[in-house]
Design a protein around this ligand. Structure first.
Ligand SMILES: Nc1ncnc2c1ncn2[C@@H]1O[C@H](COP(=O)(O)OP(=O)(O)O)[C@@H](O)[C@H]1O
Ligand SMILES: [Mg+2]
Length: 211
């Protein structure tokens, strides 16, 4: 049996930390950030970015100048919309493709061997924008990593080396944790130590296994 978990949450709530635990517990993780980076290297995508934002966002080799593009879209909602319109469909289809490959593989494995015990084959989509990009209809369960905003600000400042103002800005530019929780089948509380997060993940995975 294969189960697909959509792991999401606001920036710096602990999605990557949770993914790492899920991977250690045997799940296969599709990392939305890695896919977004790969898509941003696709020559067809780069050409569209170049023609939309001008050659200044590409370097001499035609690679993306991330900082330049970031600065362009950071304070300009229209520009961000344009960029998302180029990036999101490409990210979506790449995630779908990987998901289908993993599902096929899992089905073949099940066909090929006797299963003496209930085994759980789990795939995790780690995506900050899982809901915004409408990926949640593809998953069996949505798991939202959540915590109080004060601590989120602190962790984001420390991880990315940014000011409190910038950290707040980045958090407020995204869908709030409260909003995301409305879509959640499971809310993982990451307000305490990482071990506490891990305990919840172990518990939820064994629940899934019993289903
Ligand atoms: N329970 C925790 N206690 C302390 N620091 C944590 C905890 N969980 C995550 N962190 C740290 O907070 C930062 C954000 O976590 P991360 O997993 O990168 O978030 P996300 O992937 O959601 O952006 C990282 O530096 C991470 O090491
Ligand atoms: Mg992350």
């Amino acid at each position: 049996m294969i189960k697909v978990i959509g792991l999401t949450g606001s920036i710096a709530t602990g999605k990557s930390t949770a993914s790492k635990y899920l991977e250690a517990l045997g799940c296969t993780v599709i990392d939305g950030d890695v896919i977004a980076r790969e898509v941003a290297e696709d020559p067809r995508v780069l050409r569209r970015i170049g023609s939309t934002f001008g050659g200044k966002v590409l370097d001499d080799e035609g690679k993306l100048r991330r900082k330049k593009l970031g600065a362009l879209v950071f304070n300009d909602e229209d520009a961000l919309k344009k960029l998302n319109k180029i990036m999101h469909p490409a990210i979506r289809s790449k995630i779908k493709e990987q998901l289908e490959t993993l599902k096929d593989r899992s089905q073949n494995q099940t066909k090929n061997r006797f299963q003496l015990e209930k085994s759980l084959n789990c795939v995790v989509i780690d995506g900050a924008l899982l809901i915004e990009m409408n990926l949640h209809p593809w998953v069996d369960e949505v798991w939202v990593v959540a915590m109080k905003k004060d601590e989120q600000v602190r962790r984001l400042m420390e991880r990315d080396g940014i000011s409190k103002t910038d950290a707040r800005k980045r958090i407020e530019a995204q869908m709030s944790t409260e909003e995301k929780k409305k879509f959640a089948d499971v809310v993982l509380d990451n307000s305490k130590d990482p071990e506490y997060l891990k305990e919840q993940i172990v518990r939820e995975l064994s629940r899934l296994k019993e289903q």
